[in-house]
Design a protein around this ligand. Structure first.
Ligand SMILES: Nc1nc2c(ncn2[C@@H]2O[C@H](COP(=O)(O)OP(=O)(O)O)[C@@H](O)[C@H]2O)c(=O)[nH]1
Ligand SMILES: [Mg+2]
Length: 363
């Protein structure tokens, strides 16, 4: 039987979930005509090795192990581009998504009933009874309403992580996808020039089988970032805007520390200034790690401290550029407040470029 469908499983620490999931997929789709693409971001628990172990015995299983890269969206994109199957599905590896829907979605696409099939947690007949997080359920509901407004597609669950479409459609959209964050479906729908015809399948959303969720309460934030990316993001890149916002908050922290210390608690201005700089830098690092780079967040004390040290060094360079430019301009007769602003802008572009590469990106 020719290859019909590729099922992309983005994974981060899902070792124990793989083998049982492949079994469930086989039960749903039968022996042939499909392949499973495990796109693993170098999980510490050896998910990629487990996947290779499975692949040795089972030609339908393939592995892409990405080193130094993160992100659910970009993992899905990687999968779109790495398969020859004419249809492609994306689903969670944690058994929250029922493989039994796969054959029905495939049939619907083949019959030309839809451009994309989405498993919905909120469609008529769906259930999220096993979902242990009512708080997230509520957030999803809210985000859906806004998503509907911008994508022009009327569907109940644009934040779903379980969907299927013709691979050629997905690949055609890839160059214009933002690839940031977690909501690849929303990205696809919002990027497509023609409004896609969507077919929804009610999903019985199950509790995660093993391991822990990598996404957190910031789903709504993630969604807003996606919104921005699709609109103003064309003018000012999303990460830079976030980075700049975080930087502006850092200025507030800086002055708070400075005014608290100087001149009452410390006599020397430079000491207070240094304390303020370090506090603001650490605050910025923490917030950037949490928000701007949440899809590739540094975790654990070792990773976090190394990242922090890198960030401080990076910002020191940017800080130097800032002062140098501002001083030069001021000495040329530019009004000092404008000179300072120029310094800040150049410093922040510099810091952004360097830290996105060296702290959160690849060396
Ligand atoms: N490759 C890759 N997979 C990821 C990443 N983050 C999450 N995943 C996987 O994406 C799927 C959805 O994530 P999950 O933690 O279950 O999110 P939740 O269902 O919203 O709680 C799971 O199979 C995760 O292992 C990532 O950064 N890279
Ligand atoms: Mg999940």
């Amino acid at each position: 039987m020719p290859l019909d469908l590729a099922i992309i499983l983005p994974t981060l620490n899902e070792r124990g979930n793989l083998a049982p999931l492949v079994e469930r997929i086989e039960r749903a789709l039968g022996r042939d005509g499909w392949e499973v693409l495990i796109v693993d971001d170098d999980s510490k628990d050896g998910t990629a090795d487990e996947a290779r172990e499975l692949a040795l015995e089972d030609r339908r299983v393939r592995v892409i192990q990405r080193i130094g890269r993160r992100g659910l969206s970009s993992a899905a994109i990687e999968g779109f581009c790495a398969t020859a199957a004419p249809y492609v599905a994306v689903m969670d590896a944690d058994h929250q998504h029922d493989p039994a829907l796969l054959p029905r979605m495939l049939a619907s696409l083949k019959a030309g009933e839809a451009d994309i099939c989405v498993a919905s947690r909120f469609a008529e007949g769906a259930s999220t009874a096993d979902w242990a997080e009512p708080e997230r359920e509520k957030l999803s509901g809210l985000a859906n309403t806004v998503a509907r407004a911008i994508t022009g597609v009327d569907l109940t669950d644009p934040m779903s992580g379980y969907f299927m479409l013709p691979t050629a459609t997905a690949r055609a959209l890839v160059p214009r996808l933002s690839g940031i964050g977690f909501k690849i479906l929303l990205d696809l729908l919002a990027t497509s020039k023609e409004t896609m015809r969507v077919s929804e399948f009610p999903l019985n959303f199950a509790a995660r089988r093993a391991g822990e969720s990598k996404l957190d309460r910031a789903v709504l934030f993630d969604f807003l970032a996606g919104l921005y990316d699709k609109t103003l993001g064309r003018v000012i890149p999303t990460r830079f805007a976030l980075f700049g916002t975080v930087g502006a908050l850092g200025v507030v922290v800086h002055y708070a520390v400075l005014f608290a210390l100087f001149p009452r608690l410390v006599d020397a201005f430079w000491e207070a200034q240094l304390a303020a700089v370090l506090t603001a830098m650490s605050f910025n690092f923490w917030l950037n790690n949490w928000l701007t780079y949440r899809d590739r967040r540094l975790k654990g004390w070792g990773e976090f401290l190394r990242g922090w040290a890198g960030f401080v060094v990076t910002c020191a360079v940017g800080g130097f550029a800032n002062v140098a430019v501002a001083t030069l301009l001021e000495s040329q007769g530019v009004f000092y407040a404008l000179a300072a602003l120029a310094g800040i802008l150049i410093g922040s572009v510099w810091n952004y470029a360097l830290s996105s590469r060296f702290v959160w990106g690849r060396f």
